[in-house]
Write a protein that binds this ligand. Structure first.
Ligand code: SF4
Length: 409
């Protein structure tokens, strides 16, 4: 796996998941159900875990939510973080519910004695806290001191909270300084990272719906990760949170920061040479492969003229040619299948590759597949060759016309 020199942070445990130090960067998301609705919330927690979330946060905004957490935590497949705003009683109730971590927002749980009370309780029970600073709810005093929301103001908000925790000897902490503007968020985390060695939870808050929300989140989170900053991440998208977990996992996999767990589907953008509807086949392949644990790069290419060559580095791929699909493993043609069986053949081969390995599947290649594929390729090349000949004839006409012009002049 690729690795970017990572800023050394201390490690904390969120339930069974280590965060910080040399622990893998974890993915987080948040449920959108009423926490009091235990079955609905657990269904979402399971969906998030299946999509790649290592840790899930649930709001604890009322007594019934705290009671729900007491029932959710023992049945959850991943550690549960209680999100606390405004009410110290909810923080204390969440602790009683047995949650694995609290998230406190310094902007709206402000009374020092209340913050210290929660920190003392967490210290006694070994529960970590995320100091979750948010640009949108920055403490008014800091807003006035800095003349607005600045990176310095966000960092100071976290430092003030850390100071209160230190008064009761509590430092089992991770920190976030989220904002909805990428440059502000990136700079705040850079500054924070220079000042503390606590693990950092990265996020661009209120990023909005995809695709813009994913682009903004990736710009902010990806930039920081490539600078070695960040120990756990969350995309905040205005959509089904399963998309947040998928995006988080996908970002870490594409940066080489987590092992590939699911398929990495690559596909050509299609062009005038395409022999199939590339968008449709790629979408069908994505839908069929993404639910399986297939840690391979799989290519869907619109034509056999360039496809297998361009996707040579893919583990497995299929290219369309003359109403047939050419299935290839690391650039070598292994089977030729009818066009309407392309996706099915791709999925079947992907599963066999994972089970049997590359050598075995290359050895099991259909005899004659390569020749048949080459014949298709040549036929398409010949068709393109006719185009090319016509082009050359036109160029010749231009030459002649210009030469005639010179002679007349
Ligand atoms: S693989 Fe073929 S169809 Fe796809 S972009 Fe390349 S030339 Fe065009």
């Amino acid at each position: 796996m690729t690795s970017y020199p990572r800023k050394k942070t201390r490690q904390i445990m969120v339930g069974s998941v280590p965060v910080g130090g040399d622990a893998p960067i974890s993915v987080q998301s948040m449920t959108t159900t009423k926490t009091a609705d235990v079955e609905a919330t657990l269904a979402q927690v399971y969906a998030l875990a299946a999509a790649g979330a290592d840790i899930v946060r649930c709001t604890c905004n009322e007594r019934e939510a705290a009671e729900g957490l007491a029932r959710i935590v023992p049945r959850s497949p991943v550690p549960i973080v209680a999100d606390i705003h405004f009410h110290v009683e909810m923080a204390l109730a969440a602790i009683e519910a047995g949650v694995d971590c609290l998230r406190l927002n310094p902007g709206n749980l402000r009374k020092p004695e209340e913050i210290k009370l929660v920190a003392s309780e967490c210290k006694d029970r070994g529960i970590p806290v995320r100091i979750g600073v948010n640009a949108g709810s920055l403490d008014k005093r800091l807003y006035e001191k800095y003349g607005g929301v600045t990176p310095e103001a966000l960092v100071e908000s976290a430092q003030v909270e850390l100071g209160l925790f230190a008064e009761v000897g509590f430092d089992n902490v991770k920190i976030s300084v989220k904002a909805s503007r990428v440059p502000l968020m990136v700079e705040a985390y850079r500054q924070l990272s220079q000042q503390v060695d606590h693990p950092l939870h990265l996020g661009l808050t209120e990023a909005g719906p995809p695709p813009a929300g994913i682009i903004k989140g990736t710009a902010g989170i990806g930039t920081l990760l490539m600078e070695g900053i960040g120990d756990t991440i969350r995309y905040s998208l205005t959509t089904d949170p399963v998309e947040e977990a998928k995006a988080g996992r996908s970002l870490l996999e594409s940066l080489g920061l987590r092992e590939r767990r699911n398929v990495d589907l690559i596909a050509c953008p299609s062009c005038g040479r395409a022999e199939i509807d590339v968008y449709k086949v790629a979408q069908e392949a994505q839908a069929a492969l993404e639910t399986r644990e297939i840690p391979l790069q799989v290519a869907v290419m619109g034509c056999v003229v360039n496809g297998p060559g361009e996707a040579r580095s893919a583990d497995l791929g299929i290219a369309a040619g003359k109403h047939r699909g050419h299935l290839f493993i690391r650039g070598e043609i292994v089977r030729v299948v009818p066009e309407d069986e392309m996706v099915e053949a791709l999925v079947e081969e992907a599963e066999k590759l994972v089970k049997e390995g590359f050598d075995a599947r290359l050895a099991a290649a259909d005899k004659g597949a390569a020749q048949l594929a080459e014949a298709d390729r040549q036929a398409l090349l010949d068709a393109k060759g006719a185009d090319a000949n016509r082009s050359e004839a036109r160029v010749e006409l231009i030459h002649r016309r210009l030469a005639d012009g010179r002679a007349e002049g």
